[in-house]
Design a protein around this ligand. Sequence first.
Ligand SMILES: Cc1cc2nc3c(=O)[nH]c(=O)nc-3n(C[C@H](O)[C@H](O)[C@H](O)COP(=O)(O)O)c2cc1C
Length: 178
Amino acid sequence: MAKVGIFFGTDTGSTRKMAKLIQKQLGDEIADKPKNINRVDVEEFTSYECLILGTPTLGQGQLPGLSVDCQEESWEEFLPNFSDMDLTGKKVALYGLGDQVSYSNEFVDALGELYDYVANCGAEMVGFWPTEGYEFNASNAVDGDDFVGLVLDKDNQASLTEQRIAGWVEQISAEMNL
Ligand SMILES: Cc1cc2nc3c(=O)[nH]c(=O)nc-3n(C[C@H](O)[C@H](O)[C@H](O)COP(=O)(O)O)c2cc1C
C-alpha cells in the first residue's frame, strides 16, 4: 500500500480531475489512485500515513452532498465519521475548488469547514497556500496570509492550475517527507 491516500468529493467532476493530476505527479509508489469519498469507509480512510483531501464549495459556501443537490452522496454524508475519528500522527493536506468571481463572499468556504473537521481529529495539517494572486471579499478557508490548503479556481484562473498543483505537490512532498 502506498503512503498517501487521496480522497475527494465532487459534483461535476473537476475535483476528481485535480485529484488525478496530483496523484500522477506523486506517482503510484507514493500515492494510491484517488477515490471518491462516497466509496470509502473509515477503515480505509485511516489506513494511510498521509492523506490528501479535496473538495469543491457548493450551494452558498457548503461542502458537496445531497442537501446542495449533488447527484451522489459526498463529504456531507461522510462528516459524521469525523466525530470519533483519531488522526493523531497523520499528516493531512487539503485542496479546494471554488469560484472567486461568482462567490466572492464565500470563496472556498468548504475548504475551511473540512479543515476544522480534520484538524479536530488530531491530524497534523500541512499544505497551506498563500492567498496572494486571488481576489475575493471573504473566505472561511483563510488563516492569516494563507489558505488552509491549495486553492484552485478553474472557472476564472484555469491557466494557473497546472503550475499551482506542481508547486504545491513539491511543497507537501517536503512537508510529508515523501
Ligand atoms: C451551484 C453552485 C454553487 C457554488 N457555490 C460556490 C461557493 O459558495 N463558493 C465557491 O468558492 N465556489 C462555488 N461554486 C464553484 C464550484 O466550487 C466550482 O465550479 C468547482 O470547480 C466545482 O467542482 P466539481 O466539478 O468538483 O463539483 C459553486 C458552483 C455551483 C455550480
